[in-house]
Design a protein around this ligand. Structure first.
Ligand SMILES: [Zn+2]
Length: 226
């Protein structure tokens, strides 16, 4: 239920955007894990309204709600380092709920291990589209544009460009995206999945997939740079 609910109501912009623009969600749920708290709220409300846990004793319900919240809050990328720290603990000290939250976080950042490469690329493009849309919105709101969400040029200049210039610009954008993606896979995803596989051998296949994607990505990046 936590996995199904973890992105409920997600507006396609991140927590920092909510803060920068002082959005309704920011005002309602505060600065820490704004969107995750909103998803907890919507998910738990749905569970209660649809009587999904009717019959569960009230003391167990309290625990279920706490666990539901903990698992979803852990999907906030701001907790990525904590998730890695949990994986580094001795197995006997990792609670079931912590392990469940680790697996959900792993599933949440799944693009690096999607094979074949085209599937990874399709997901990367979808994320990138969402980032660039946020960058555009930041520009509209006249707040600081998040560097990796910046299309890298003034929208008003696009119309003035010759088609061939525009094409080369798009190629540069893809190159920029490939660099951002390499950074994410190498520095964020890989250490996490390597450690997950150390603790839980079935995840070894994910590391193999990730490495294969990383190799193809680097090759593509070199081609795009020329
Ligand atoms: Zn998600």
């Amino acid at each position: 239920m936590a996995a199904l609910s973890h992105d409920l109501g997600h507006p396609g912009t991140n927590n920092s955007f909510q803060k920068k623009t002082n959005s309704d969600l920011y005002q309602r749920f505060g600065e820490k894990s704004t969107l995750e708290k909103y998803s907890v709220y919507l998910g738990w409300k749905t569970i209660i309204e649809h009587h999904m846990l009717d019959g569960v004793p009230s003391n167990e319900m309290l625990k279920a709600e706490k666990d539901f919240e903990a698992i979803i809050l852990q999907t906030d990328m701001a907790h990525h380092t904590d998730s890695l720290a949990i994986l580094n603990k001795p197995a006997s000290e990792i609670t079931k709920i912590e392990f469940a939250s680790i697996l959900l976080h792993a599933a949440d950042i799944n693009s690096p291990f999607l094979r074949p490469f085209q599937n990874f690329l399709a997901r990367s493009n979808a994320c990138n589209d969402e980032f660039y849309k946020q960058g555009d919105a930041e520009r509209q709101f006249k707040v600081e544009v998040t560097p990796f969400m910046d299309r890298g040029y003034d929208m008003s200049q696009q119309a003035k460009m010759h088609p061939s210039e525009l094409q080369s610009l798009q190629q540069r954008l893809s190159y920029k995206q490939s660099l951002a993606e390499i950074g994410f896979v190498e520095r964020v995803a890989k250490p996490f999945f390597v450690q997950l596989a150390n603790r839980w051998p079935p995840a070894g296949q994910l590391v193999e997939n990730l490495n294969a994607n990383l190799e193809e990505l680097k090759q593509l990046s070199v081609e795009l740079s020329t």
